[in-house]
Design a protein around this ligand. Structure first.
Ligand code: COA
Length: 154
């Protein structure tokens, strides 16, 4: 299993094959996947995003996607293939992200999560995220979001 990461400095190098695997994983594994056009916009402006990938040989088995401003990392997606879950892979991806973003001097990791997504909420709580507040009808489905934050500075 190997971890690869992509950010501003090597954003031009995300192979099309990996882009396609990311779109397929999102479609297959997320309850509310992004439209292909949305993914194309992201890949077109990939310099604005950070990506951590987990590969088993050449097969994508998990990823974290987010965007960063000078102080914060905004986590947009964390996904692990079904057959690879509960083996600590999301934890490995997240530990890598934390070390990376701490080195970059970020103060917080911020995210929103659907209040029905118990496994993700459990994962975030285990990783010291606190719920700052909830926002009703945050998603187009009408669902409430938990707005969560993990502080990185000591
Ligand atoms: C959330 C997700 C990324 C976790 O991936 P994973 O590789 O299975 O997670 P890990 O094995 O690293 O789990 C680490 C910890 O998270 C928690 N956790 C993970 N999955 C859980 C579940 N289904 N139920 C409860 N807790 C869970 C546990 O505390 C776990 O530690 P433990 O196994 O020692 O109890 C995975 O379930 C997933 O891809 N879900 C669909 C995508 C999604 O909804 N992502 C979040 C919103 S973008």
């Amino acid at each position: 299993m190997k971890i690869q990461f992509y950010h501003q400095k090597n954003q031009g190098n995300l192979p099309t094959e990996l882009q396609n695997q990311i779109i397929s994983s999102d479609k297959e594994l997320m309850d509310f996947p992004w439209a292909a056009e949305h993914w194309q916009k992201i890949f077109k402006h990939f310099e604005n995003y950070c990506l951590v990938l987990m590969l088993d040989a050449d097969k994508l088995v998990g990823f974290i996607l987010g965007s960063a401003d000078p102080d914060n990392f905004h986590l947009l997606k964390i996904v692990v293939e079904k057959n690879y879950r509960r083996q600590g892979l999301a934890q490995k991806l997240f530990d890598f992200l934390i070390q990376w973003q701490q080195k970059e001097g970020k103060k917080n990791i911020n995210l929103e999560v659907r209040n029905s997504n118990a496994s993700a909420i459990h994962f975030y709580q285990k990783n010291q995220f606190l719920t700052l507040h909830t926002q009703a009808k945050f998603y187009s489905s009408g669902e409430t979001a938990l707005i969560m934050q993990r502080k990185l500075d000591k």
